[in-house]
Design a protein around this ligand. Structure first.
Ligand code: C5P
Length: 288
C-alpha cells in the first residue's frame, strides 16, 4: 500500500494542452495529451490527497477515480479555474447534493462517501455546440464536493499543462474566409499560470514542469527561482523515447534552496511509476 504522505492535502493539478480559438472552427494548440497530469492525479489520490484536475484543450483521457475534474479550453480559462480552485471558490467545489443538505452538520454518519468525487466525464461533450465548450462540465457531476469543502484553500499546486505561450489577440466571431493569398495572425502572450499562482500564494507548495533540450539544470533552476517554485520536474525532450505522447518518462527533479536536497534523478519508467515517485517526493518535501 502507498504511504499516505498526502493525507488531507488538497492538490490542484493542470494537465493537457490549451486551445486558443482563431475563429469558431479553428484553433492553436499543441500535442500534449495530459497523460503526465492524469497519472499524477491518480498517484496523489493513492497517497491520500483530495485532487482537483483541471484539463485544458480536449484531453481524451478518462477521469481518474475520486478526482474532481474541470475541463477548460484556453489559458485564460485555465488561469481563472486554477485561481478559483486554489481559493476553494470554484463552483465545482461548492455543489451540495440535494439529499445531503440535512446531514451537513451530522458528524455521526460515515463520511467516506463525501470524498468520492466521481466525475464520469469521458472525452467529448455531446452538447453539440463547440463554442460552448468553454463551460466546465462540473454540473454534470452528481457526487461533487460536499459543503464541508467550501472555500478550502489548496495546499499544493502542480502545473503539468502545456499552456500555449501565445493566443490570438481576438478570436474572429465568424469563420475566416480563404479570400486572401496570405494572412497574418496577430498573437499576444498568454498569462503564465504557474508564475501567477505561485507568486500570489507564497504559502502554497508549488511544483512546475519543464521540457528542455539543453542546459537542463541551468534553465530549470532559473524557472524555479523566477516562478518561486518548491520543486521543478524536467524532462529532456531531445530524447525521442520519452515525453509528450510517450507512455514513458524520465526526469530530473530540482528542489528550492529551502530544502536540504538539491536534486533527484528519476530513471526512465512508465508515467504512472514516475508519477508515484513524484507524489512521494512531494509528500516527503511538504513536511520539511
Ligand atoms: O516557462 P515554461 O513554459 O517552460 O514553464 C513550464 C511550466 O510552467 C510548466 O509547469 C507549465 O505548466 C507552466 N506554465 C503555465 N502557464 C504558462 C506557461 C507555462 O502554467 N503560460
Amino acid at each position: 500500500t502507498t504511504p499516505q504522505l498526502l493525507a488531507g492535502k488538497r492538490v490542484v493539478i493542470t494537465a493537457g494542452p490549451t486551445v486558443e480559438a482563431i475563429d469558431p472552427v479553428r484553433y492553436l494548440s499543441n500535442h500534449s495529451t495530459g497523460k503526465m497530469g492524469f497519472a499524477l492525479a491518480r498517484a496523489c489520490v493513492a497517497a491520500g490527497a483530495d485532487v482537483i484536475l483541471i484539463a485544458g484543450g480536449k484531453v481524451a483521457l478518462p477521469t481518474p477515480l475520486n478526482v474532481t475534474r474541470i475541463d477548460v479550453l484556453s489559458a485564460q480559462e485555465m488561469l481563472i479555474a486554477v485561481q478559483q480552485c486554489v481559493d476553494g471558490t470554484h463552483s465545482a467545489l461548492q455543489y451540495v447534493p440535494e439529499d445531503e443538505h440535512d446531514h451537513s452538520h451530522d458528524h455521526s454518519h460515515d463520511h467516506s462517501h463525501e470524498h468520492a468525487h466521481h466525475h464520469e466525464h469521458h472525452g467529448e461533450c455531446d452538447c453539440g455546440d463547440d463554442r460552448s465548450h468553454n463551460h466546465s462540465h462540473e454540473l454534470d457531476n452528481k457526487h461533487h464536493a460536499h459543503s464541508e469543502n467550501q472555500n478550502v484553500m489548496a495546499d499544493i499546486f502542480i502545473a503539468t499543462a502545456a499552456v500555449a505561450d501565445y493566443r490570438t489577440e481576438e478570436a474572429a466571431p465568424q469563420k475566416i474566409k480563404k479570400t486572401q493569398d496570405a494572412m497574418t495572425l496577430s498573437l499576444v502572450k498568454n498569462p503564465d499560470i504557474l508564475a501567477t499562482i505561485s507568486l500570489a500564494h507564497p504559502e502554497l507548495f508549488v511544483v512546475g514542469f519543464a521540457a528542455e533540450t539543453q542546459d537542463i539544470e541551468r534553465y530549470a533552476r532559473g524557472k524555479l527561482v523566477a516562478k518561486d517554485l518548491d520543486l521543478i520536474a524536467c524532462n529532456d525532450v531531445s530524447r525521442a523515447d520519452i515525453g509528450f505522447a510517450s507512455d514513458d518518462n524520465a526526469m530530473q527533479v530540482f528542489f528550492s534552496e529551502r530544502y536540504e536536497q538539491a536534486a533527484v534523478t528519476l530513471e526512465k519508467a512508465s508515467k504512472d511509476k514516475i508519477a508515484e515517485q513524484l507524489a512521494g517526493i512531494i509528500g516527503e518535501t511538504i513536511w520539511q
